[in-house]
Ligand binder design. Structure first.
Ligand SMILES: [Mn+2]
Length: 344
């Protein structure tokens, strides 16, 4: 049989670190629709089991609208079982309405059988008890580690326990590996990116228990992209804009884009991040510049400089600052001495 393994959908996220309130609302609605589309995929492909490996919701106090949407989608597909393990974000959601019968909370060690396929949520390693002749799916929410914390997954404890497939949630980027000679683990990653930090394609894993094939199915309604640009050899804001233009020319306009500036720039380059951002803001769903570049100063050339700038550079050079602080002071000082707005 075929099973969908998803998780970390994080419905009802504030998304305020990536977007304005207006765009956050749009993005949340889109992610709700991605959940709906995932269920439609199950319906269209005759899939009867959807595993949600934790963090369906981003918080315990979800809006009634979100609850109603999820319950509607689930209850209108009553022939699909949604096996839902609680995550660290949604372990204590208080629902307003009664849970649909087919939204089944996975309890530690409780087995759910579909012919020879057994699905079981695991919180305590003591409760692992899979029969060798079944196809066994363990569901956990946590990160692979050598530890024993609540959201840590210790593979040593899962070896030689007849697990065929370990459905993991919690880590927002997909990934997989082996448990032992028999079993594999998969992180499904988030279903659809919520913004910066959840880059590239996202979706769910389609588990085929017969062929033991595990396929990633992309569900991204928008893709977040991170692009690096080394500005070491660039001399002006215009050159930076042109270099970014070259980097983003093939990126879909629906994307969430971040350009990270790196390298050491010449002190004569009066960088204006707002100006740079303005050139791309309207083209993409969201556009941001993260400036990690540093100012390059030839301290020797200021040794005998009798100007105010020379005095400033010498003062700063003799101060005891971290590299990061030194960079900030130099940029702000040069902006001030050049009669530019100080952007610190
Ligand atoms: Mn989590």
């Amino acid at each position: 049989m075929k099973i969908i393994h998803t998780g970390d959908i994080h419905l009802n996220s504030p998304l305020d670190s990536s977007f304005t309130a207006q765009k956050a609302k749009i993005r949340n609605n889109e992610i709700m629709n991605t959940f709906k589309k995932t269920v439609e995929f199950a319906k269209d492909n005759g899939i009867k089991v959807v595993i949600i490996a934790g963090d369906l919701f981003d918080c315990n106090d979800i809006s009634r609208k979100t609850e109603q949407f999820v319950f509607d989608v689930v209850s209108s597909n009553s022939d699909i079982d949604f096996l839902y393990l609680l995550g660290n974000h949604d372990d204590n959601v208080k629902y307003n309405a009664k849970l649909p019968d087919n939204l089944i909370i996975l309890k530690d060690g409780e087995k759910h059988f579909y012919d020879n396929v057994c699905v079981c949520g695991i919180e305590s390693y003591n409760n692992i008890d899979f029969a060798a002749d079944n196809y066994n799916i363990a569901v956990m929410h946590g990160e692979i580690s050598n530890g024993y914390g609540k959201y840590e997954v210790n593979l040593k404890e899962l070896q030689n326990k007849n697990i065929d497939y370990l459905a993991l949630g919690h880590i927002h980027k997909g990934g997989n590996g082996k448990i032992d000679d028999k079993g594999v683990y998969f992180y499904c990653g988030v279903l659809d990116s919520r913004g910066y930090g959840e880059y590239d394609k996202h979706g769910f894993i389609l588990v085929d228990t017969d062929s033991k094939k595990y396929d990633f199915v992309c569900m991204s309604s928008r893709i977040a992209r991170k692009i690096e640009l080394d500005i070491t050899d660039l001399k002006s804001n215009l050159e930076i804009v042109n270099a970014i233009e070259e980097k983003v020319k093939n990126i879909e306009e629906s994307s969430i884009v971040k350009v990270v500036l790196t390298g050491g720039f010449d002190e004569d380059l009066l960088k204006d991040i707002k100006y740079i951002e303005q050139n791309f803001e309207d083209r993409f769903f969201n556009f941001k510049v993260e400036d990690n570049s540093v100012i390059k100063i030839n301290f020797d050339s200021y040794k005998n400089d009798i100007s105010l700038k020379g005095e400033f550079v010498r003062q700063v050079q003799n101060g005891e600052y971290s590299d990061e602080m030194l960079n900030k002071i130099l940029i702000a000082g040069f902006d001030a001495l050049n009669n530019e707005e100080i952007s610190i």
